[in-house]
Write a protein that binds this ligand. Structure first.
Ligand SMILES: NC(=O)C1=CN([C@@H]2O[C@H](COP(=O)(O)OP(=O)(O)OC[C@H]3O[C@@H](n4cnc5c(N)ncnc54)[C@H](O)[C@@H]3O)[C@@H](O)[C@H]2O)[C@@H](O)CC1
Ligand SMILES: [K+]
Length: 520
């Protein structure tokens, strides 16, 4: 699991080590230089002869860049440092000069002239972004904001873009909330010090961080304390997977009720059932209109289409909340699920039928537009764009207002409960942005929740942190769904290339392979 800690916690953890004289900046800079070296080699270049430009701000982030530049210069790189303020880190600057880094004080009347920085930048194959790190907030300010904006625009126009390496974070992101309040130079790699920061995992900032490398500085982060943001890996998913044993039967493996599909959207029923069945569970009970039931049976004859006891529910994919009969049926199912105290996934149409208060064993699965509508119905008027600009904050707000777990779908999906760490999963290839993919995800999540349904009350009674458990399972469902999409898009294997188009059905069909690979 990748854990991200807030900038306050990281700075607090660094303090006793710095007081004890541990040379954290030297360690950080050495690791940074090593990562740049490795990245150059991966790209088929050698360090001697490579031209590196350090973009240096006035704090310790610039200090890291200068010290790393000194290492790279000693390894034979031609290193230039563009000082974007008049207060560059003194020891870093001295070390850089001693090692042959060419230092350019590019300020004119206190302002770095963009053309001059661009001139240096165009000669370099690697740009090291050491403008600001955890010490800055609220987006880059004038005048460095203009420099960074021009560099980002200039780079995008190059036939062969330089490699951008961000020091600690891409300068200008919202380090703790993942927002992008102003210009940011998108990085190919971010070398982050001590621990990942929330903005490196949360969208939209995370999408500007590139490959993430965490430098272990042995920081005394609170033992057992909760990080701000987590990201599950396939290995974490394997650990929590409900692997069947020889003593299992269909009821112990979980029975999932699926109320999905309508005359208008019968396909959603097929896809959400496929998501559940192909993830693996004891049984699916399907409730829907006759036409959709026929379609479901044609694909999944094992599905039972009569009501009965279930251990979890998926309610809402393809359900038209404006169809009074169907809305009433969905509402009854929601009430039944909540009264029985079993986990329930509330998707699509069901999001318009929510009761006032929900438990955190209910998982809402909106996309940004649906979340904006949901928040609007709770007195928080926001647009879809506002949700997309700060997904973590809005997902958390919706969780606080409803009491439920919120899984906000996107290129990076965020899971937020009313309390506890957030999860941010970036497992989906862009090919997954296709109709019906969300229906499959609802089914996957239902299949993962069903085996826990009967034990939920028991877990609550024993003081287990159910919120944390449900959040983890929701994040796990996103991992499995994303992995299946990788398979369906042909993105597995040593040299996968650009991938290929997929349908939601292809994703469902790839689920057994994805699960098998995760558990292998
Ligand atoms: N505490 C330490 O000794 C360690 C710190 N490390 C590095 O130090 C960084 C933190 O250093 P600092 O606390 O000095 O802060 P930063 O270097 O992150 O930022 C402070 C600098 O940015 C400027 N600034 C602040 N807000 C700005 C804005 N909105 N727009 C433009 N400029 C702005 C300030 O004037 C100052 O020059 C970390 O991100 C990491 O890179 C690492 O070396 C590890 C050890
Ligand atoms: K930076």
């Amino acid at each position: 699991m990748i854990r991200a800690w807030s900038s306050t916690e990281v700075v607090a953890a660094e303090r006793p080590m710095l007081d004890a004289g541990v040379p954290l900046m030297e360690q950080a800079a050495f690791a940074l230089a090593s990562h740049v070296t490795r990245a150059l080699r991966r790209a088929g270049h050698r360090v001697p002869g490579s031209v590196v430009l350090l973009l240096v701000g006035g704090g310790n982030n610039g200090g890291d860049a200068l010290h790393a530049g000194a290492h790279l210069a000693r390894r034979g790189a031609q290193v230039h440092a563009a000082l974007l303020t008049d207060r560059a880190h003194p020891e870093g600057l001295a070390a850089a000069r001693r090692s042959g880094v060419r230092v350019h004080q590019v300020l004119e009347d206190g302002v770095p002239p963009t053309e001059r920085v661009l001139g240096l930048a165009r000669r370099a194959g690697v740009w090291v972004d050491g403008v600001t790190g955890v010490g800055a907030g609220g987006g880059l300010r004038h005048p460095v904001a203009e420099v960074v904006r021009s560099l980002a625009a200039d780079r995008a126009g190059w036939p062969q873009e330089p490699m951008v390496v961000a020091v600690d974070v891409p300068s200008g992101i919202g380090v703790d909330d993942g927002t992008v309040p102003g210009p940011v130079l998108p990085a190919d790699m971010t070398v982050t010090m001590g621990a990942a920061k929330p903005g490196l995992l949360l969208p939209p900032a995370a999408e500007l961080a590139g490959r993430l490398e965490v430098v272990d500085l042995a920081l005394p982060l609170p033992a057992g304390g909760a990080p701000a943001v987590c990201r599950l890996t396939s290995a974490d998913v394997a650990d929590l997977w409900p692997r069947p044993t020889s003593s299992d039967h269909k009821y112990t493996r979980g029975v999932l009720g699926v109320l999905a599909g309508s005359t208008t959207f019968p396909g959603a029923a097929v896809l959400s059932v496929a998501g559940a069945v192909r993830t693996g569970l004891g049984m699916v009970r399907y409730l829907g209109p006759p036409g959709a039931t026929t379609l479901v049976h044609a694909r999944h004859p094992e599905v039972v289409a009569v009501p009965g006891r279930v251990q979890a529910w998926v309610i809402g994919p393809g359900v038209d909340a404006d169809d009074p009969g169907r809305a009433e049926q969905a509402q009854d199912a929601i009430e039944e699920a909540l009264a029985a105290g079993v986990p329930v996934v509330l998707d699509a149409g069901a999001l318009q039928l929510l009761p006032e208060d929900l438990p955190d064993s209910a998982v809402l699965t909106p996309h940004a537009g649906e979340l904006a509508t949901l928040l609007g119905s709770r007195g928080e008027a926001v647009t879809r764009d506002e949700v997309e600009a700060a997904p973590a904050r809005h997902a958390r707000l919706a969780a606080e207002l409803t009491g439920a777990m919120v899984l906000l779908k996107g290129a990076t999906t965020v899971v937020a409960g009313p309390t506890g760490p957030l999860y941010a999963q970036a497992d989906a290839p862009p090919w997954l942005a296709a109709a019906g993919a969300g229906d499959v995800l609802a089914g996957v999540l239902g299949a993962l929740l069903a085996p826990y349904g009967d034990r939920l009350q028991e877990l609550l009674d024993s003081g287990e942190d159910v919120t944390a458990g449900v959040a983890r399972l929701a994040a796990a469902a996103v991992v499995v769904h994303g992995e299946a999409a990788q398979h369906a898009a042909g993105l597995h294997g040593p040299d996968p290339g650009p991938g290929r188009p997929l349908s939601a059905g292809d994703v469902a069909d790839a689920l057994p392979t994805a699960v098998g690979q995760i558990l292998a």
